[in-house]
Structure formats: structure tokens, C-alpha cells
Design a protein around this ligand. Structure first.
Ligand SMILES: [Zn+2]
Length: 86
């Protein structure tokens, strides 16, 4: 697994503050010098913000609608990088 894969795999945990300093330090170091992972981090941040707003607006449900989350994630990823869906 590449450093990028490792960092991206932990981005959500990092942004949610679920990693201890020991776990987050190498990821933060990698992000500081990797534009690709920085843009992925931006996507994660945007997604988390949108999902959080959706949850606040839909007080009836306790968890974000999975389909909505997937749709947002797909569109954000599409904007960040034009990847062919394999
Ligand atoms: Zn990277």
C-alpha cells in the first residue's frame, strides 16, 4: 500500500479527530507535502460539511441518508478528479 493510500484511508478518521497524535502525525506530514492527498482532504471536508448540514435539516432521522452521502461523494470526487468508473 502506498503512502497516499494509507493517508487517504485515514482521512475521515483524522478529520473527525478520531486518531491519536501518534497515528495522525505521519498522515499530517504526508498531507503537508502531497497535493494529491490535500485535494482529497478538501473533498472529505466538503462532504462532511454537507452531510452535517443535511442531518441538521432532516431532524427526523438520526443518521445521514446513505444515498445522499454517496451521491455527494460521487459528485465531489468527479469535480476533484475526472476518473473513469472502472
Ligand atoms: Zn499522498
Amino acid at each position: 500500500m502506498s503512502e497516499c493510500d494509507g493517508a487517504k484511508g485515514k482521512l475521515y478518521e483524522l478529520l473527525r479527530g478520531e486518531l491519536c497524535a501518534e497515528e495522525s502525525a505521519p498522515i499530517r506530514d504526508h498531507l503537508a507535502c502531497c497535493p494529491d492527498c490535500q485535494s482529497e482532504q478538501d473533498v472529505c471536508r466538503q462532504l462532511m460539511g454537507v452531510v452535517k448540514r443535511a442531518c441538521v435539516e432532516e431532524r427526523d432521522s438520526n443518521c445521514p441518508p446513505t444515498q445522499l452521502r454517496d451521491d455527494i461523494l460521487a459528485s465531489l470526487r468527479g469535480l476533484a478528479s475526472e476518473q473513469p468508473s472502472a
